[in-house]
Design a protein around this ligand. Structure first.
Ligand code: HEC
Ligand code: HEC
Length: 291
């Protein structure tokens, strides 16, 4: 090889390396993405924007979620975002399972973790080594994805939950059962209301949190801390919950959010519970801000 060509080759190599490094959208929807080979671990109705979202984990993430070691490099989570089908009245049509019926596919939202990927971002945005991107229904990368907005919204979940909003559901599904609750009320650090607010997306399908007093599937939660159990005006509670003669405070809410069925067997609140004491403490801190 002549010197000139060698230098050129080196320069091209250097260019290729820096180009790859400067690309903030390193996530590639896996070429072999086939939902049937992924673990479908959560489905979320989104009444706020008329969507229903199917969340999948690749085998690397699904296997790791059985342990307490967090998710390793190579983990990929894919969220298929669908428009909900509408009924005659123009409201999302509900299937027998209570889920919105799937309409048109809107996009794939993807997050992937690989060694060193966090280095693309400043500390105030960085989600460990996770990167994010969006693919169109025909699986073309949306070049206009603003990864910073993804990072900012997922950041409050923190490293312990791998920046995953549906972390708790992934853990529950991967382990095939509700994990034993180890962290009691005292085990968690002080509640972080901001993080709790982000986690409240797990509740807002069923609960409003404003002072409207409006009930959804569950009762409005403004003022719930300090209120006797089962006493929101105009909401019909299950007999099971009414039997719990207590007041909602940090201790009772912690038990409730660890496993509603354990506190009130037969309750109609369908929620697996937060396995992590810190998640419960943070949501409770947020609930306190609603008074
Ligand atoms: C306004 C806050 C917000 C922003 C911005 C946001 N997300 Fe999310 N993301 C959520 C919520 C909430 C969920 C849980 C699913 C649901 O209920 O919609 C979620 C779930 C996900 C999931 C499934 C895994 C998980 O964390 O639960 C992926 C993948 C994802 N988002 C990717 C993205 C990408 C890519 C972007 C940027 C284009 C993005 N998100 C921007 C709030 C956000
Ligand atoms: C699938 C719907 C659903 C989800 C998700 C859900 N809840 Fe509920 N929630 C209910 C229902 C229904 C009740 C009434 C239970 C009963 O009567 O047995 C309830 C009751 C409650 C109560 C008791 C209120 C009172 O007035 O006594 C609290 C507190 C509560 N939920 C908090 C939460 C929080 C916090 C979350 C999220 C971490 C959550 N819920 C998620 C449906 C839901």
């Amino acid at each position: 090889m002549s010197n000139k060509i060698f230098v050129l080759a080196l320069a091209m190599l250097a260019f290729a390396t820096t180009a790859a490094h400067a690309d903030p959208k390193r996530v590639r929807l896996p070429a072999d993405y086939n939902p049937a080979t992924y673990l479908l671990y959560a489905i979320h109705n989104r009444p706020d924007n008329g969507q229903v979202r199917y969340i999948y984990a690749n085998s690397v993430a699904a296997e790791a979620a059985k342990t307490d070691q967090g998710l390793p490099n190579g983990s990929v989570l894919v969220m298929e975002v669908y428009k909900a089908k509408l009924d005659a009245a123009g409201a999302p049509a509900l299937g027998a399972d209570g889920l919105f019926e799937k309409g048109e596919l809107v996009q794939y939202s993807v997050m992937e973790k690989q060694a060193g990927w966090g280095a693309d971002f400043p500390e105030n945005l960085r989600n460990g080594d996770w990167n994010y991107t969006v693919y169109s229904p025909d699986r073309i990368n949306r070049a206009d994805t603003k990864e910073e907005t993804c990072l900012a919204c997922h950041k409050p979940l923190g490293n312990a939950a791998e920046y995953v909003l549906s972390w708790d559901e992934l853990v529950v599904k991967a382990r095939g059962a509700v994990p034993t609750v180890v962290a009691g009320p005292g085990a968690a650090g002080p509640g972080d209301a901001e993080r709790g607010k982000a986690l409240f997306t797990r509740c807002s399908n069923c609960h409003t949190a404003d002072k409207s007093g409006k009930h959804k599937v569950g009762p409005n939660l403004a003022g719930v801390v300090g209120r006797p159990v089962g006493k929101a005006t105009g909401f019909t509670y299950s007999p099971a919950l009414q039997l719990v003669g207590a007041t909602w405070n940090e201790t009772t809410l912690d038990a409730w959010l660890a496993g509603p069925q354990k506190l009130a067997s037969g309750t109609k609140m369908v929620f697996p519970g937060f396995a992590q004491g810190q998640d419960r403490a943070d949501v409770i801190a947020y609930l306190k801000t609603l008074n």
